[in-house]
Design a protein around this ligand. Structure first.
Ligand code: C2E
Ligand code: MG
Ligand code: MG
Length: 668
């Protein structure tokens, strides 16, 4: 019956109408002769009563929120509920909540002792796909023992008092260092007050201090070596400069340390070894400096130190001994993978009283470093002095001048003879050595401009010019009848790195019409080792064209000898440095013997460079070295004089086939 719905007033009104008409029925029966006239009244009353009691009236206008939206009738809830289905749905809902949460959940069943771990916990304390054992064992194995003991005590206390607990745990053996977890739990009890279950969570703790430290490290630390980075160094230097402006007694010095030929270490050994060298140097600098000094890596192979607490304005008092100590510690041989690696470090120092802004301090220190690396103080210590900046300016000017000189073709070639002392000092070839014929200064030595040309890349256009000049000259000599003469041209690493290098050489040979066998290319060990695979490919291509390749300054590089077997090398040139003292120093003599032995065993030609004295020549002759280049025979000559020399020494008749010329008869 719908008597108590929202139409109750209407229904009662209809019922009242029914009663009213029912009241009239006796009157109708008494006053009407046709007593059957009451039947329609009776039917109407019954219909009205039924409508009042049972009719389902339509929903009224008040229920419409909007004209176009009807609120559906609420469904009638089934009075009998499916408890099993309810339970399953709830279970599913909880599982979904657990899965989407970034926290891990666990439950511990007191009666069975079984532990359920959510997937998130498996990810936190084991690898992602590992299903965890249903006990506390997986957690016990992964956290430090003292933390585990605290957790166990707290869990037991909570079980006794039906309470809650929370404690932190540190994960063991993780590559993510310092991972801390927070484990919390609440005990659930039954109606008798006995604990039946513990429900808990496990989350990764975010240690604010740790995060802050990480951020700080990222911004200010050099990731490879752990010392400060360039950014920090510049900020610190600015602080010191500002302080010195306020307090004139604030003395500090800036030291720049540059590892010489670091590129060669990387190229000859490996980048891994190069990184280890940098790390070792950083560690040494940190251990040798004082705690308030600042050690930073400000370039790939450049370290900087701000030295504080300088007591005296006279560097001799405390700064020089301090700097020497640092330099000595840093450049000591480094033992890596069972080998001792010898390194050379150039160190420049600027004291703050010389300058009063960050830019000037760094510019001076850099100029000083650059100056050292170009000169004889390479690998030493140099204090900045006023003249160095001017010198640096001069270098920039020189660079500009070299550009102009290439255009103006001011470079000329000199030719230094290479002679065979075992066949009557017959000339076998020349080394082409460049000179700059400058209008104001006259002839300028390559030592002054080749390093700048290499550094600026100008060596590439300059080298192309030199190669063309040398090939032209060689061709003219060949045409004069000196068919076997070989001209050796120096090639730098930058020239070797040019992609079109082989094609460029081939084009020059074609254009000058020179037979490749009359051309030799000299490259240093460093060039041979840099970009190993590419260099080997270029060398093979050149060699297959018939061009010979010499390794210049042999013995001064860092390389292992194994490359000699792989590379298509024809000649080794023993550096002057080893030749200088062969006659008066047993160590140098042994080294020279070793180089001669290497060349012999690999079946390579050997040229001893820089031979100046008869004693050196005698030694080399005795040890079996046959090719000599040096002032003893001739200084580098211009083209005309070289031709004169050749006329005298080309194809010198040997005295009998097997009888070799005695060294005593050797004379320039
Ligand atoms: P390098 O290729 O090792 O050339 C040998 C150097 O030793 C030459 O110096 C030569 O004059 C010098 N020398 C030869 N014999 C003696 C001697 O008995 N005593 C002394 N004291 N020195 C001797 P130079 O011509 O000054 O060249 C120096 C370096 O400049 C060369 O060393 C080479 O590395 C570079 N260089 C010269 N010309 C060129 C060139 O055309 N291109 C390139 N890339 N580098 C060049
Ligand atoms: Mg050379
Ligand atoms: Mg040389």
């Amino acid at each position: 019956m719908r008597l108590f719905d929202e139409h109750v007033v209407l229904r009662f009104s209809l019922l009242l109408a029914c009663f009213f008409f029912a009241e009239l029925i006796p009157d109708i029966l008494n006053f009407n002769e046709h007593s059957y006239n009451f039947i329609p009244y009776f039917i109407a009353i019954v219909i009205l009563a039924c409508v009042a009691l049972f009719y389902k009236f339509p929903v009224g206008v008040s229920k419409k929120l909007r004209n176009d939206v009807d609120i559906p009738e609420p469904k009638v809830v089934e009075p009998i509920r499916d408890l099993k289905k309810d339970l399953l749905e709830k279970d599913e809902m909880f599982q979904m909540m657990i899965d989407v949460s970034s926290d891990g959940f666990w439950t511990f069943d007191v009666a069975t002792g079984k532990v359920y771990w959510s997937n998130r916990i498996a990810k936190l304390i084991a690898s992602e796909n590992t299903a965890l054992e249903d006990s506390f064992e997986p957690l016990k194995k992964r956290v430090i023992e003292s933390d585990w003991n605290v957790f166990r005590e707290q869990l037991n206390a909570a079980l006794q008092h039906l309470g809650t607990f929370s404690c932190s745990l540190t994960l063991l053996d993780t590559d993510k260092k310092n991972v801390k977890l927070v484990i919390s739990g609440r005990v659930q009890s039954n109606e008798t007050g006995r604990p039946i279950r513990v429900i808990g969570s496990l989350t990764e703790a975010v240690d604010r201090r740790f995060v802050e430290q990480e951020k700080y490290n990222y911004a200010y630390q050099d990731a490879l070596t752990g010392v400060y980075n360039r950014k920090y160094f510049l900020e610190k230097l600015k602080t010191d400069v500002d302080m010195a402006a306020r307090r004139p007694d604030h003395l500090f010095a800036v030291a720049l340390l540059d590892i010489d030929s670091f590129g060669a270490i990387n190229a000859s050994y490996s980048i891994k070894i190069g990184d280890s060298v940098l790390r070792t140097i950083a560690d040494r600098l940190q251990s040798v400096t004082r705690s308030d000094d600042c050690v930073a890596r400000i370039g790939p192979d450049v370290f900087a130190i701000i030295l504080h607490n300088i007591q005296s304005r006279d560097p001799n008092d405390d700064l020089i001994p301090l700097v020497r100590n640092i330099h000595n510690k840093v450049k000591a041989p480094i033992s890596l993978e069972g080998k001792d690696l010898y390194i050379s470090v150039s160190m420049s120092i600027v004291v703050n009283q010389d300058v009063d802004c960050v830019e000037d301090i760094l510019a001076n220190a850099n100029a000083s470093l650059r100056d050292m690396k170009k000169g004889i103080n390479h690998g030493g210590i140099q204090f900045f002095s006023g003249g160095i900046r001017e010198k640096a300016m001069k270098l920039y000017k020189l660079e500009f001048e070299i550009r102009r000189a290439i255009q103006a073709q001011e470079f000329v070639l000199m030719y230094q003879p290479i002679v065979d002392i075992r066949s009557g000092n017959k000339i076998v070839g020349f080394e082409a050595l460049v000179r700059w014929n400058q209008s104001e200064r006259g002839i300028v030595s390559p030592a002054e401009f080749i390093p700048i040309a290499e550094e600026t890349g100008l060596i590439v256009p300059m080298g192309a010019l030199i190669l063309r000049m040398a090939c032209k000259q060689a061709k003219s000599w060949v045409d004069m009848g000196y068919k076997d003469i070989q001209v050796a041209v120096n090639f730098s690493a930058k020239q070797f790195a040019v992609d079109s290098m082989v094609d460029d050489v081939r084009r020059v040979l074609t254009e000058t019409n020179l037979n490749p066998r009359n051309l030799k290319l000299e490259i240093t060990e460093y060039t041979a080792m840099s970009d190993g695979d590419k260099t080997i490919e270029i060398m093979r291509a050149l060699s297959s064209m018939g061009i010979q390749i010499s390794i210049d300054d042999f013995g001064t590089g860092y390389s292992s000898l194994s490359y000699l077997k792989r590379y298509p090398v024809h000649t080794l040139k023993m550096d002057k440095y080893f030749v200088d003292h062969v006659a008066d120093n047993e160590e140098d003599a042994s080294f020279a013997r070793m180089v001669i032995g290497i060349a012999k065993s690999l079946n390579l030609d050997l040229i001893a460079e820089g031979v100046e004295t008869k004693e050196q020549l005698d030694f080399l002759y005795r040890e079996g070295c046959r090719l000599i280049q040096g002032f003893y025979f001739s200084k580098p000559l211009n083209a005309e004089t070289a031709l004169e020399y050749m006329k005298e020494h080309y194809n010198v008749p040997t005295q009998g086939k097997s009888i070799e010329t005695e060294p005593e008869t050797v004379k320039a």
